[in-house]
Design a protein around this ligand. Sequence first.
Ligand code: SAM
Length: 222
Amino acid sequence: MSASAGTRGSDEYTMARERMVRILRDDFGVSDERVLAAMGSVPRHLFVPDAFRFQAYRNNALPISGKQTISQPLIVARMTELLEIGERSKILEIGTGTGYQTAILAELGDKIYSIERVPELASAAERRLAGYRNITVKAGDGTKGWEAYSPYDRILVTAGSPVAPEPLLAQLAEGGILVIPIGDEKGKQDLLRIRKTEKGLERESFGACTFVPLIGDHGWNE
Ligand code: SAM
């Protein structure tokens, strides 16, 4: 994974990527064309370990270092759709992982701030994302948010939490959206979209999902 992912153009995986986008649209009902275009342009094969490159455009989660996973393309597309990102959105992402989802967010929004708990993953993602000028990555406990750049129009949590962390709700702008998997077991969650309105928080559920645990002060204990 040496190449930086912020460079465009066709490559030996272009057809596989186009096929992945067709499957997301036709078989799984992903309908936001901006999200599909982003999924069609980010080279996922540069984010997965070399040994799994040939599987990069299948609809699978794949193992990455630090006992973590890169989420399956369908869940990346669904969560991105749920965020309703606009061109001017300032977005906080918790759980950078490989940086693949971060790159998708950067295709759609204005500024992306991303926090990863595992320092080696954060620095590898930062290198991989060097071609993107609108992404800032740091290592740390994302359950505390990133106060310096708050408030955020959108917040995405890509690990499963027992609750919506209070600092993230506090750092969400009014009118903002938080998408987060929440569940009372470590490996089983419900995908929630929480809108912050002037009347309070509105929650919608989008069904069962499975993420690695969000570990931190306002998430699970290690
Ligand atoms: N979206 C990522 C990608 O495209 O590669 C995959 C994210 S992976 C499913 C979840 C990530 O959340 C892991 O890399 C894990 O280390 C990270 N994580 C867990 N707890 C965290 C925390 N408190 N703060 C920041 N990252 C955390």
